[in-house]
Every structure is written in C-alpha cells, then in structure tokens.
Design a protein around this ligand. Sequence first.
Ligand code: SF4
Length: 245
Amino acid sequence: MDERTVKELAQRTAKASPQELLDAVLETFGRRVALATSLGAEDQVLTDMLCRLTKRPQIFTLDTGRLPQQTYDTIEATNLRYHIRIEMIFPDTTDVEALTTEHGPNSFCQSVTARENCCYVRKVLPLRRRLSGLEAWITGLRREQSPARGGVERIAWDEANGRVKVCPLADWTTEQVWQYIRDNKVPYNPLHDQGYASIGCACCTRPVKPGEDIRAGRWWWEAPAGGKECGLHVIDGKLVPRKDW
Ligand code: SF4
C-alpha cells in the first residue's frame, strides 16, 4: 500500500465512527493488520471493538520484562473475557543482556539517552520485528494525551515504521473512552483506579495528580521538553531512537 492509497482510505472513512473505521481497516488489510496494546484504557476500548467485528483479532503487547503485575492480570482478564490470546512479544535476550550487563538493570535513570536506549531495546526493536509481517498497525493514540500528540491522524502513513498507522480514537476525549468502558463493561487495568493515566513499565510510570498532563506520569524525572515518548511513536521526527549503549 502506498501513501496515495492511504489518503484515499482516510478520505473514505473521514466521517466513520471508530468501529466503522476498524471495519474498513479489517476489510482492507485482513490478517495484515494488528492492534498494539499496552493494556491501557484506550487499547481496551479498541480490543472490545475489534472483538465485536472479528472472532480472530490480531492483538499483541510488548512485554518489556518490566511490566506491572496489574498489566499481566489485565492480559489474563482480557483473554478470558473475549476468548482471545493476546500475543506476548519479548525483546531479544542478547540485547537485554548486553544493555543490563554494561549499564546495570536501572540504566534508564541515568540520562534521557540511556532511557531511550532501554526503550529501544525493550520496545522499539521488538515492535519492528512484529510489524515486519504486517501492512498496518492500530494504536490507541489520542490527540488529547499530550501536546506532542496533537497532530495524530486517524489513519496515516507511518514513515518511521514504513506501515499504515491507524488511530481510531485520535479525536476522542478521556470522558468518551471511560464512557465506552462503562457502557460496555470492558475490563480495564486496575492501575487506572490508582491514578495512573497512562500504562507503561512499572519502574517508569507513576500516578498523575489532578490537572496534570496525561503523560506526566511517564519518566517523571525527565524535563517535559524531553518529549515523553519511548520511540514507538515518532512524531514530527522529534525522537530518533538509537542503539549506542
Ligand atoms: S519504559 Fe523504562 S523500563 Fe520500560 S523500556 Fe522504557 S526505559 Fe526501559
């Protein structure tokens, strides 16, 4: 699929609901599209929508080895509720061994570069490996989540990953997400009830205070100007992940 075809699909689905957009995406890509889930609220909404559209949705999560227990519990609850198996994608053992032996198990605290390297090994490379068999991927990104995500489109060519990227909830508010979860009794990550607005690795994510940015709980020791992104979503070329540990 080329950029022109993506634009045509975007125009055709401009007024579609998230469910209609997902339906069109499944029809277009079949088994060559998958949802990348962090088990956060948005991804749980998308999992519910996909499971209503198809019996065999492709859903994967990146198990960095540092996920909170509550996220593993949510994986199990989601598998049980929808009769699916969320695919667990792990980082390359050799890369993790090299990174942690050289820089220690908590290298992400040392600098922004060290943190980006950890995300690169544990998230970016495994994502690329999983995307290699796909033409498109679905994510729960929303424009409201942070200023850096303000330009997220519902469907667009993802230059960084060379794939089509679909963000059906791009224009949804937090309230819409939670209304959908309540209305449809969608299982959700219990960390949200403890104030976590965003779900990530246990060591790099904490609850946010009322009024704080949704991404403020991620890598809170870094200045906001750092971008608060892990490299999975390269936005406006602002974060170029590296491998220089
Ligand atoms: S969020 Fe933290 S622990 Fe997880 S991959 Fe990134 S730096 Fe490493």
